[in-house]
Design a binder for this molecule. Structure first.
Ligand code: HEC
Ligand code: HEC
Length: 304
């Protein structure tokens, strides 16, 4: 029996469909579907807010090339260049150098970093996530831009006391998911506590600049750039206890409050350069986490 042209064509198509199916099942095809480290890093850099701190928007500096002034009650710190330029950036760094910076707050030469670089948060980051961020940073064009020295008075400009500061206030540890929590809460806790560092702005600090964990997210009048960071615990009177999860998501994506007020300043930058680019499910996870926090009444908005 000979195959007619039509039947032959049909057989060919079947073969092609079958081959395509097998190809899709093969490990190589599946690997191509999962995002690369560089792609994951590009997303994580937004979730972790690296861009707003490491970009000098006012001076129209290149993204991540540093020079952004961070005003604190102790003085002004300037973020360094974290593009892969060999001389002025971090182009010469190994994976271990990068992990040491994010996890331990230690520079390649052994110096301690000031906690204005929120390694107190990033110490909780998973290894694969930290290295994906490095892969993304190293995929960028190197920008030659020398670092600006910090303008901070003693003792807050001295590095050596940081050894004692860390001994008192810093513990290196990866993130531990809240026990018994559902998937959204686990994801939200990781995003907030290891990446988005909401607490670094929304939690008051003690005289030494360390977060007061008993007042977690309960707001402070001494936020970055001298701004008031509101109480974002679900406290009904002075926090966001009246907000729905959707209202929190809208704020994080669009910078608009339930009363249609626009968010400004450092939170506006955190949204524009980072949070606005997160997926709906990640923003919903952050809202779930925030609404699960212990409610703490703390009035930071009205004058003392
Ligand atoms: C709140 C602002 C802020 C955020 C957010 C921030 N950084 Fe930084 N970072 C700083 C400052 C300020 C320093 C300098 C610290 C010092 O001199 O002790 C620094 C230092 C660093 C260094 C050391 C560079 C060097 O030359 O020694 C690296 C690497 C770094 N940051 C990477 C990151 C990454 C990656 C992210 C996001 C995951 C990030 N930073 C988020 C402010 C920030
Ligand atoms: C760089 C510091 C900073 C970071 C990081 C930050 N915030 Fe904010 N946030 C602020 C400041 C300052 C305001 C007040 C802005 C305004 O009213 O225009 C604010 C406002 C808010 C508000 C509005 C509250 C109200 O009562 O009006 C919410 C909700 C909020 N932030 C949640 C978050 C969450 C969740 C995160 C982490 C995913 C986060 N913020 C990260 C500084 C920060």
């Amino acid at each position: 029996m000979t195959m007619t042209g039509a039947r032959f064509g049909k057989a060919c198509r079947r073969f092609a469909v079958g081959a395509l199916f097998l190809l899709l099942l093969s490990p190589a095809a599946r690997a191509a579907e999962t995002p690369s480290a560089v792609e994951r890093g590009a997303y994580l850099v937004k979730a972790a807010g690296c861009i707003s701190c490491h970009t000098d928007r006012k001076g129209k500096g290149a993204p991540l090339a540093g020079g952004h002034a961070l005003k604190t009650p102790f003085g002004t710190y300037y973020s360094p260049n974290i593009t892969p330029d060999a001389k002025t950036g971090i182009g010469g760094w190994s994976d271990q150098d990068f992990l040491n910076a994010l996890w331990k707050g230690v520079a390649p030469d052994g110096d301690d970093y000031f906690p204005v670089f929120p390694y107190t948060t990033y110490t909780k980051m998973r290894r694969a996530d930290a290295l994906a961020i490095k892969a993304y940073l190293f995929s960028l064009k190197p920008v030659a831009k020398a670092n600006t020295p910090h303008d901070v008075s003693a003792p807050f400009g001295w590095r050596w006391p940081m050894t004692f500061w860390k001994w008192l206030y810093f513990t290196e540890a990866r993130h531990v998911p809240p026990p018994g929590a559902d998937a959204a809460l686990v994801r939200g806790a990781y995003l907030v506590e290891a990446l988005a560092h909401c607490a670094e702005c929304h939690t008051p600090r003690n005289f030494a600049g360390a977060l007061d964990h008993d007042m977690w997210m309960a707001g402070t009048r001494d936020g970055p750039d001298g701004e008031i960071a509101p109480n974002i615990t679900p406290a009904p009177k002075t926090g966001i206890g009246e907000w729905s999860a959707d209202e929190i998501v809208t704020l994080l994506r669009e910078g608009v409050k339930p009363d249609y007020d626009d968010i400004q300043g450092v939170m506006g930058e955190a949204i524009e350069d980072g949070l606005a680019h997160l997926t709906d499910s990640d923003l919903a996870a952050i809202a779930t986490y925030v609404l699960s926090l212990p409610a703490i009444e703390n009035d930071v908005e009205s004058k003392p």
